[in-house]
Ligand binder design. Structure first.
Ligand SMILES: C[S@@+](CC[C@H](N)C(=O)[O-])C[C@H]1O[C@@H](n2cnc3c(N)ncnc32)[C@H](O)[C@@H]1O
Length: 458
């Protein structure tokens, strides 16, 4: 947790030569570290560290899907089916629906089960555009209602008869699985989750046998995307580093003035929804409605949009010990934009007043009453000298993200391969990583089920 990096001065564990070099480095260069891009003048050991991490990461270049899937033809969504989708979602659904359709046809499958269907974007394209029977399953009942309402709207434009949605019972035998991971922070992990369930990590006997565990920080870190870091640019990058400093300083406020909150304040769903509503009102009244750039921040690097809302609502309870991440971070972004106070242009006073607002909102979000005794200024002054170190530390830390994701993906692949000859499994980057950084699909099929396996598993 970043607060610890301030109070425990975790950056002191980083090689001093590295810090001295990186303190003078441009934000743009820091943002390239998670992508494994080094600068010539860096100390050799730093270059080796970054390059070694990169060499261990599963490559993300989009595969030539036409070579892998017979008759692959990317779906081109019309405006009716694409309603509600942003560019990223549209890209994902266009590619994935074509892959599923190609696989279903090659395997003569008559039904598709979309597990974790969210609002049914993929399921509806498979049903309406590819005429497949689809069972859409999601743990969140609200998504079901949204999906049905959306289907009704789409149906009006499709004269063609929509095939009836099947039920799980109709699926006598599953012939193939296509899995795309995200929200690793929500993964259940053996030894960390107190439940009699099949854990999300580790799944394979191979990883279990070496007693390898990730822990909460690593699961969070696995959500970091090198592509997103790379694409941030100077202003958004600095803004993001500053946001981390704000979060860390806010946690110091909590620690000092609200020790009863502890390190993991529990926020019930209902209370959270109420506070969200309240927070939205504050944001709306304080600020002009500006398009939030929050989704561009690296820590937002979830593949699916609902994932982001699910992940981050989850994160606000599970990941961020302050419990304030999503709403207050968005507020921070809006405030920064509103005051034009990004990067070097921000004066120390601007930053301090931004920090105070950030804290007020965070306390409100947690249902805590800000008192006049809180010395926001003192806390911020204590943190301010370390803001540049936070950027460096966070960039080096984020470089582990792609590696941790690789580990999670390989564990899943290994689990499938451990099933023996029953399954053929491959791992394949199917989306354009610049649009959808979380782009790796794991595809498993019964050997006689017909799908091409030109892409070998690694
Ligand atoms: C990342 S979203 C994906 C949404 C959708 N696939 C899309 O592309 O738009 C993950 C979804 O999985 C659902 N989910 C999580 N755990 C689940 C479970 N055990 N069973 C069914 N759905 C689950 C969540 O409610 C959430 O809607």
């Amino acid at each position: 947790m970043l607060t610890l990096s301030i109070s425990s001065r975790l950056w002191e564990a980083v090689d001093e030569d590295w810090l001295q070099c990186l303190i003078n480095e441009s934000v743009e260069s820091l943002l390239l570290i998670p992508s494994g891009i080094v600068q010539d003048h860096w100390p050799t050991s730093l270059k080796e560290f970054v390059l070694t991490l990169k060499s261990l990461v599963y490559p993300r270049e989009q595969a030539d899907l036409k070579k892998v899937f017979p008759n692959f033809q990317p779906t081109s969504l019309n405006s009716v089916l694409a309603q509600g989708m942003n560019l990223k979602k549209k890209h994902e659904v266009e590619v994935l629906s074509a892959i599923v359709s190609s696989a279903a046809s090659a395997m003569r499958a008559d039904a598709v089960i979309d597990v974790g269907a969210g609002q049914g974007y993929l399921a509806q394209v498979l049903a309406f555009e590819h005429q497949l029977s689809v069972v859409a399953i999601d743990a969140c009942s609200h998504h079901g209602k949204v999906t049905n309402a959306r289907a009704e709207r789409i149906k009006k434009h499709y004269m063609a008869q929509m095939r009836k949605f099947g039920t799980l019972l109709e699926c006598e035998e599953v012939r193939a699985v296509i899995s795309i991971g995200c929200c690793y922070n929500l993964l259940s992990e053996e030894g960390f989750t107190n439940a009699q369930i099949q854990y999300g990590f580790p799944m394979s006997c191979g990883v279990k046998s070496v007693n390898l565990s990730l822990g909460k920080s690593s699961r969070d870190l696995a959500c970091q995307s090198a592509e997103r870091w790379k694409s941030l640019g100077k202003d958004a990058g600095l803004h993001n580093f500053e946001l981390h400093a704000f979060r860390a300083a806010f946690q110091m406020v909590l620690h000092k003035y609200f020790p009863e909150v502890g390190t993991s304040p529990s926020i019930g769903r209902q209370g959270k929804a109420l506070r969200r509503k309240q927070q939205r009102k504050i944001i709306e009244s304080e600020l002009q409605a500006e398009e939030s750039t929050y989704s561009d921040l690296p820590q937002m690097a979830c593949n699916m949009d609902e994932a982001c809302s699910v992940t981050h609502s989850g994160e606000s309870e599970a990941v961020n010990t302050s419990g304030i991440r999503s709403d207050v971070d968005a507020l921070f972004t809006k405030m920064s934009l509103h005051t034009g106070s990004t990067c070097e242009r921000t004066t120390s006073t601007d930053k301090y007043s931004l920090f105070e607002k950030f804290c007020q909102s965070g306390l409100c979000r947690l249902g805590l009453k800000p008192s006049d005794n809180i010395n926001f200024h003192g806390i911020w002054k204590g943190v301010e000298p370390y803001v540049s170190l936070i950027g460096i530390y966070w960039s080096l830390r984020a470089a582990f993200g792609p590696l941790l994701e690789t580990l999670i993906l390989l564990d899943r692949l290994l689990f499938l391969q451990e099933q023996g000859d029953v399954l053929e499994s491959v791992m394949l980057p199917i989306f354009d990583p610049a649009i959808s950084p979380r782009n790796v699909a794991i595809i498993a099929k019964k050997p006689d089920a017909g799908i091409s396996s030109h892409h070998s598993s690694r």
